[in-house]
Design a protein around this ligand. Sequence first.
Ligand code: SF4
Length: 417
Amino acid sequence: MARDTLVLCALETTAYPYPSRDRQGAVASHDGSLAENRSLTVAARFVATVPGHYSGLMLSEESISSDEIGSADRRSILGRSPEIVEGYLREMNEPAFRARQVIEWIYRHGAGEFSEMTNLSKRLRQRLTDDWTLFESQIVNRAESSDGTVKLLLQWRDRSTSECVLIPDGVRRTACISTQVGCPVGCRFCASGIDGLQRQLSAAQIVEQAMRVQQLCGREDRLSNVVFMGLGEPLANFDATVDALRTINADWGLNVGARKITVSTVGLAPRIRQLADLKMQITLAISIHAPDDDLRKQLIPWAAATSLDELIDAGRYYFQKTGREVTLEYVLLAGVNDQPDHARGLARLSRRLRSTVNLIPYNPVPELPYRCPSPSAMQSFLLGLREAGVNVHLRRSRGLDIDGACGQLRRREALKR
Ligand code: SF4
């Protein structure tokens, strides 16, 4: 069962460009090598390098049965490039411009069903419906905050769930999206990591979250920003994350400017360099959360694998390759990392990297012992950094009344079941 399950997981993200009725399954093995699946292979290899987390990935094999996954014959069309859609339509002797029509229906007009694509023949619409899925997820919970933040809990065909969020701010419309179901990193203060990693999300599923948030904006409003800061570690699902980035950025896709897209990582140095080499102009945010390795290891288990010195080097490499200044994210935890010494250490790190610092007030999770510092303590911390010459911003808490912390809505729903 475990092997079958992993094969089906692999099929979700294999490189098959479009539905083919004689396609064979991907090959999977239990030693961490998953042939024909770049995303899972990268994740399996990566997770295998971090003590105690390989078993988390193996657990996910057993937690999803093949019945729950459903048919793999119909694949998501989201994230397929115009060339791939054109290739599929050519096999049906459809002219090349049909691909542009289909893509426009998806990303410009926000079609939820192929049947809405009224300038296509009925026969073609039916064939598209038979071969592809457009939206795979169901919205199983929607929470709206008094500050306008809207959080959606999406359920996939295997009944796993992930969160995506719309954060409106003036004219800005930001989507916060997830890259994994659960998270293998297990930061001590975060709801997403409590139960570990369940599985990777495919590129299509990552794009689908941004599309769901676009739907929340309505037809007159467009997404202006996308942040990969939801559940999961994006760089531990590297290929799917990069494929999704390309679709979100593409002029035929969601057309969000690269500089308006942020990928947040706890800091996987080799993957940061790999991302830098792609020269995509996106913003890289490194979650530091502590000014020294000892405290960082206490808060972020994966910090045991990468020192702050290595992260600073990787961040410098990112700047050299892309010209984009790196952001350091620092969640403020009362009595843990909010003292004047911590501010001085953070200022030193920021100067070494010539980075901007974002201070994030902690959004409490009821099961966890951490608390947000008082407003005056946060202001003191901010001033300490400013006086040290750091370009620093204190973020506003959003969605406090709707389980605003990352993974919290998903966890609450899971506990109800
Ligand atoms: S803070 Fe981010 S990396 Fe850490 S457990 Fe939560 S989702 Fe994972």
